[in-house]
Design a protein around this ligand. Structure first.
Ligand code: GLY
Length: 366
């Protein structure tokens, strides 16, 4: 595969799609046309990824239309800071690909301030009894006060970034406490990971694990495995803490053992064959993590695995038709959702990020 040629084609398509998608914050497509969550669901956790994709193209190729569209998304997200249930642990997903990218590429002071606000809120979700960051908000019964989820490993880079920006170790200290808790509480002996762990919010005792977006309790939800793989690798890159590297290697080795012959990734490695849904996002996220891990662990085997995942996606699941807004086909948000195997914006984002990494053109957002 000629990855640079592919990246040029992704960029060409990106420009065409941006021109007809101005003012949108897409999540998926309907008949190939991006939807828009700007009004209907501005606090949705995926609302940073379209801007992240635009900033990645801007960082590699320039182009004012890309910057303009990305900045508009970032400004729209300001509403989220004030919504009663708008903020949750996914602040990293919302503001690193928007404000974080903008600050890196342009030095915008408004973006720096947004990063600071988002990091303060994320740090405020830390529970010192159990050394974890609370995931979701209260739905009226107090049930989720002690819930942490594996996805949060990908939000920790917002805290590492805030410590650097503000010359203040508190954010990093919270991130490492959460990462160390997650290494013990989420990662199973075989290297697979739980989605949710419930702690007693008063004592910090680990109560149980819960399945949710995967097939069931004890199963191996692939996007969760991919968040862990990439997330522990990132925590290692930010801290140099060897335990995180070892955890990333353990999770990656298990993931690699379970990649099907097709190279395409199911929603859950343990789902029944009769309802075998695919999730291209898990493949793309794992590919990003594996490229970084190949360097960090000095193991070229992880790079080979990356190429296998990305080649399968590029050959079988990539839509380069410029009349269609999305890139990746067959993404799935959760096994038990009514809808499976459709386009999802973070699939497009991470696939492009992975190709950017291969070409040495990435703006590092995490
Ligand atoms: N909340 C992140 C995910 O669904 O993967």
């Amino acid at each position: 595969m000629d990855w640079q040629t592919l990246l040029d084609r992704l960029h060409d398509k990106g420009l065409t799609v941006t021109a007809r998608s101005m003012h949108k914050i897409p999540y998926t497509t309907e008949k190939g046309v991006f939807d828009d969550l700007s009004e209907s669901n501005i606090s949705w956790w995926t609302n940073g990824f379209w801007a992240g994709l635009l900033w990645q193209f801007y960082g590699a190729y320039g182009g004012e239309i890309l910057r303009k569209a990305a900045e508009e998304v970032e400004e729209k997200l300001d509403k989220v800071f004030l919504l009663p249930q708008g903020m949750d642990h996914d602040s990293g997903f919302r503001w690193l690909p928007t404000a974080g990218a903008n600050y890196t590429l342009t030095g915008s002071e408004d973006s720096r301030r947004r990063l600071q606000l988002a990091a303060n809120d994320l740090a405020g979700r830390f529970n010192p009894a159990g050394n974890f960051i609370r995931a979701w908000n209260d739905s009226g019964d107090g049930k989720t006060a002690g819930w942490a989820i594996i996805d949060c490993m990908m939000n920790l880079p917002l805290l590492y970034r805030a410590s650097e920006l503000l010359n203040d170790p508190r954010f990093r200290l919270i991130a490492v406490r959460h990462a160390s808790t997650a290494g013990k509480a989420f990662v199973r002996a075989d290297g697979s990971v739980c989605h949710i762990v419930a702690f007693d919010p008063n004592t910090g005792e680990r109560l149980c694990s819960l399945g949710r977006q995967g097939f069931g309790h004890g199963s191996s939800w692939t996007r969760g495995q991919a968040w862990a793989l990439y997330g522990f690798t990132l925590s290692y890159l930010h801290t140099g803490e060897r335990d995180y590297l070892l955890t990333a290697v353990k999770v990656a080795d298990r993931f690699l053992q379970r990649i099907p012959g097709s190279g395409l990734i199911p929603v859950d490695f343990d789902q029944p064959a009769a309802t075998a849904y695919e999730d291209s996002t898990a493949a793309a996220i794992a590919a990003c993590g594996l490229i970084e891990l190949a360097e960090a662990a000095r193991d070229p085997g992880y790079r080979e695995a990356t190429l296998r995942l990305l080649t399968a996606l590029a050959e079988k699941r990539l839509n380069l038709d410029e009349d269609c807004d999305h890139l990746l086909e067959k993404c799935t948000a959760a096994y038990h959702d009514a809808r499976h195997e459709f386009a999802i914006i973070y699939g497009d984002y991470y696939f492009t990020e992975a190709v950017m990494k291969l070409c040495g053109k990435e703006t590092f957002l995490w």
